[in-house]
Design a protein around this ligand. Sequence first.
Ligand SMILES: Cc1ncc(COP(=O)(O)O)c(C=O)c1O
Length: 370
Amino acid sequence: MKVPFIDILRYEPHFYETVSTKACELLKKGQFVGGPSVGEFEESLKNYTHTNFAIGCANGTDAIQVALRAAGVNKNDKVIIPDMTFWATFEAVVNVGATPCTLDVSRETLHLTAQSVKEGIEKFKPKALLMVHLYGWACPETLEIRKLCADHGVIVIEDCAQAIGVKIKGESLLKNAHVATTSFYPAKVLGASGDAGGIFTNSETVAKTSRILINHGRTDHYEHGLVGWNSRLGAYEASFMVEALKHLDARLESRRHVCSQYRAKIKNPLLKFITPSADVWENGYLSVATMEPSTRPAFIEYLKKNDIGYGTVYPGAMSEQSGAKEFIGGKISHGHADWVAKSVINLPCFAYQTQAEIDYVIEKVNAYHA
Ligand SMILES: Cc1ncc(COP(=O)(O)O)c(C=O)c1O
């Protein structure tokens, strides 16, 4: 059997037909950018995430850039970010002219802790924290971190590219974020049929500025109150995602099943499965385990030999990327992010993965000896 790391084409019956029909209608009407399908998507997204404003844009990296600027991050401001994230987090800070400073993460939760953020605030005196929620979880100390930052006058922007559908203490993670962003890259839990992203906030001012920034700084058709850029959401993408959102809960349930089956049934002592904290409702974006770094390469070879896809999300800390040298404003490291980068292993996980595929992975992983 062959089990891919991810298969983005496992749709519900009739999904193809529905989205194709809707795409043809848009083509016939010449609705390509913006329009009713974008409005409909934003409305359903706002309801799904329990936020006051949900704004579609061109991709998840733009969404972070828009959010940083709309929240008040300016040129030369310092922004603290976790050292373990996707490169777009670092890039977005640089692209708005601010300076990223990286903080170490926990080896147990793989995320920032309130303690690491406190150290970062004391050392760097940042304007903002760009908190990242990875793997389909919420950063376990989200609520403490939000409060800590509020007490110190540090703006919090939350990169939820991997966290749509995640709940913390029974509520949507995005609901109480000052400003949060996401990516609808096709491989995400709510994927578009191309690039797309979103910005979420409860602040009318942040929402208004975000809409201006994504549309060439327009305050009227030919009046430009800000220097923004073109980050508008396409109509096809929005129409595709209106349909995808209707199936999102079923897709997440299916992904969660995969994660929980691995955790319950894989008994190989070489792998330590990481679970989100008890008050977090995961979306099943990724299955995450860690292994001693020296054991990972041989295990990866074994997975390849058995036709099992895998991921190492992410194989390098941000501060260690060659592109970081010119821009990084400082780092606090206890070596944990580097360790995570060498230790993490992700097994196949996607919506509508079959029980036979799940069982095959479990059987092969349990049979592995170093
Ligand atoms: C944590 C994180 N932030 C930002 C992004 C950027 O999103 P996009 O690829 O849509 O620009 C991603 C996408 O992979 C991500 O995983």
